[in-house]
Write a protein that binds this ligand. Structure first.
Ligand SMILES: O=C(O)CCC(=O)C(=O)O
Ligand SMILES: [Fe+2]
Length: 282
């Protein structure tokens, strides 16, 4: 299958032009070939965009299943009726989003998901962009003494200020405590090696990383602040302006993202599927 690829930036992001809906329907060899090419682009460019794509929820699920098993249900967000694999992210003035902070999805789990696939159902007239950052590039640009300092260190991740989602108008502390028990926490090395590319990346994010193991709180806070400031440079990022029927998939192992909440009270609706494992990973 002939796929056209245009990079969005030299560092991260590629837009593919292909008849994905047709390939999914075609089955067998055509489908396999299209999926392998999308996967190769994903591993190289970390986030892949496919535009002007008309997909039913069942087709989005089928597409996602070609990469690995799906996450059901999401710990926080509402799912589509009759379709527990698809999270409906619906936001407007009454339902502001909580994804306008840099994060890698679900790092409070011991095994955070491999990939997310986001499909634009309805987008505001202007605004509502999403940014992704390349965690390899963030690592590569660290000074050598920082790489040395971070080597072998780990950090604790939990749901952080996503606690707010469980408080409700009654400030329900019991519900928050239960949510913390349900979602748990995880310890991840700060410097990691990607299982497919063998490349090194830095793995902390301001939404979920709470503390560097073994450091005093003040030291940990200073070091994390340094990493977040270092990471937040436009050179490491792509900013994507959504059109309806655009699809984005990202390698959640080596990216962070930020959904800009500048469009309220306008309405924005996205369908998201989360793939928990990379079936091609060694
Ligand atoms: O709405 C978006 O653009 C991204 C939201 C998000 O953080 C996610 O789907 O993981
Ligand atoms: Fe996210």
């Amino acid at each position: 299958m002939n796929i056209n690829l245009v990079r969005n930036t030299p560092t991260i992001g590629a837009t593919l032009t292909l008849d994905l809906a047709g390939a999914l329907r075609a089955g067998s060899a055509t489908k396999r070939d299209a999926i392998e090419q999308v996967y190769t682009a994903l591993i190289e460019h970390l986030v892949v965009f496919i535009e002007d794509l008309v997909l039913t929820p069942a087709e989005q699920i089928d597409f996602a299943l070609q990469f690995g098993a799906l996450d059901v249900p999401h710990p926080v967000y509402q799912t589509l009726e009759g379709c527990p694999e698809i999270v409906a992210l619906e936001n407007d003035g009454d339902r502001p989003p909580d994804t306008n902070d840099w994060h890698t999805d679900l790092t409070f789990r011991p095994n955070p998901p491999f990939m997310s696939i986001l499909y634009a159902k309805q987008v505001p007239k202007t605004g509502g962009d999403t940014l992704w950052a390349n965690l390899y590039a963030i690592y590569d640009a660290l000074p050598d003494h920082m790489k040395t300092l971070l080597q072998g260190k780990s950090a604790i991740h939990d749901i952080g200020t996503f606690r707010n989602d469980f408080l409700g108008p009654e400030m329900d502390v019991k519900a928050v405590n239960q949510a913390l028990l349900d979602t748990g926490s995880a310890v991840h090395p700060i410097i990691q090696i990607h299982p497919v590319t063998g490349r090194t990346f830095v793995y902390v994010n301001p939404s979920f990383t709470q503390h560097i193991v073994g450091l005093k709180k003040s030291e940990s806070d200073r070091l994390l602040r340094y990493l977040y400031d270092h990471a937040n440079q436009p050179e490491f990022q792509v900013r994507y302006h959504w059109r309806p029927n655009a699809l984005a998939l990202w390698d959640n192992r080596v990216t962070q993202h930020y959904a800009v909440a500048d469009y309220l009270p306008e309405y924005r609706k996205m369908h998201r599927v989360t793939v928990i494992n990379d079936r091609r990973s060694p």
